[in-house]
Ligand binder design. Structure first.
Ligand code: SF4
Ligand code: ZN
Length: 377
């Protein structure tokens, strides 16, 4: 045991992820930064090309509101989530109505849009986060305007009463749940997600019972996981959650400010995923998914940048563009012409990660304290 302690540190108790998450959130700098925002205007409003549930191309408006944030964050929070940077504790119901009016005015009442995504950096229909009268207005107005609505939720916030309340006001809308990983240990020790796969299944069933659409987010390469493990696990999660989902969106990790992942990254203990890994995950899972009843979307946020999924710097824009095209076409031919000398570097990393018992992998950014690396979950 003495020798094990020698290898695994000085015998002090490891700190739980849960206790590390809140630290940067509570600094005076963080609080004053958040309180500098104008609470009467949304964080952002923009339009992108999208597909309606039946596959018809359309324009979607995305409205990101400056809300009170996520109830899970108030207690703890996910290791990668930097949404708290955009929220304010003192946002009032009046502010929320004013932000919604701003979004409508800014887009000329969602002119030319077939879809609207209303994101609140938490659960749209959680009453402690967002006033119920505001939820009611958004659900009814978007239904009256004939827009397909997408909102986000945590699985444990879905109750039979609330889901049927939502379905009455906007039948057939999409509820996106950030499952992140289809593995309870990863949810607990890598993501600190706050719910389990069982709770996710129960939420999916409630949505189905009310004829709402299910969108599932998965996270590619949570912290404390090697590149090789991320590839193997996310490919398997994707094929397992697809049969329960109308759409699966795989989000490659991007480093958001003041998060646990940001601290690891700045300490050179975490590298965001390789774009080659995303291509490989798509190729491997595409064979299993076969039919097109579940759409697979991969949008590398900050793709090609050092804080987003990236390769060597030379081939990044071409690989990102091919991944974006695949999300629309669903055609793996998009990847057939891609080549770069960095691919062999990536392949060696994956092979090493999958061959040797090195918990955090062989990536070149894995240069932290060796004791901490061995002790990590
Ligand atoms: S549940 Fe969503 S909004 Fe809340 S901390 Fe996790 S990722 Fe962020
Ligand atoms: Zn390259």
């Amino acid at each position: 045991m003495a020798s094990a302690c020698g290898v695994l540190g000085d015998g002090s108790k490891p700190v739980k992820v849960h206790h590390l998450i809140k630290a940067p959130e509570n600094t005076p700098e963080s609080v004053s930064f958040r309180e500098s925002w104008d609470a009467s205007k949304p964080v952002t409003v923009y339009k992108t090309p999208e597909n309606l549930p039946d596959g018809t191309p359309c324009t979607a408006a995305t409205v990101i509101l400056r809300s009170k944030g996520c109830a899970w964050w108030w207690k703890s929070g996910c290791t990668f989530c930097g949404y708290f940077n955009d929220v304010r504790d003192d946002v009032s119901a009046e502010d929320m109505f004013s932000q919604w009016e701003f979004a409508k005015k800014n887009t000329n009442q969602f002119e030319d849009c077939g879809m609207v995504k209303v994101y609140t950096s938490g659960t749209f229909f959680e009453d402690r986060e967002n006033p119920p009268e505001w939820q009611d207005l958004v659900l009814r107005e978007t239904a009256q305007m004939g827009l397909h609505l997408v909102v986000e939720a945590q699985a444990q916030m879905c109750t039979p009463e609330k889901i049927s309340w939502v379905a009455e006001r906007h039948p057939g809308c999409t509820v996106a749940i950030g499952l992140e990983a289809y593995d309870d240990r990863v949810l607990r020790f890598h993501v600190n997600k706050g719910f389990t796969t069982k709770q996710w299944h129960s939420a999916v069933q409630m949505l189905r019972d009310n004829n709402l659409r299910v969108k599932t987010y998965l996270l590619f390469k949570p912290p404390f996981m090697s590149e090789g493990d991320a590839l193997v696990h996310t490919t398997s999660w994707l094929t397992k959650v697809a049969p329960y989902s109308d759409e699966v969106s795989v989000n490659p990790m991007n480093i958001q400010k003041n998060t646990i992942v940001d601290r690891l990254f700045r300490n050179k203990e975490y590298r965001p995923p390789w774009l080659w890994s995303l291509v490989e995950m798509i190729l491997r899972s595409h064979e299993h998914l076969g039919d097109d009843s579940c759409r697979i979307i991969v949008h590398p946020t900050a793709g090609g940048k050092i804080r987003g999924a990236h390769n060597c710097g030379e081939c990044d824009s071409e690989v990102v563009a091919a991944i974006e095209r695949y999300s629309v076409s669903g055609d793996t031919e998009e990847f057939s012409h891609l080549e770069c000398s960095c691919k062999s570097h990536w392949r060696a990393e994956i092979e090493n990660d999958n061959s040797f018992p090195m918990p955090l992998g062989f990536g070149t950014f894995r240069r932290g304290n060796p004791t901490d690396i061995v002790r990590a979950p």
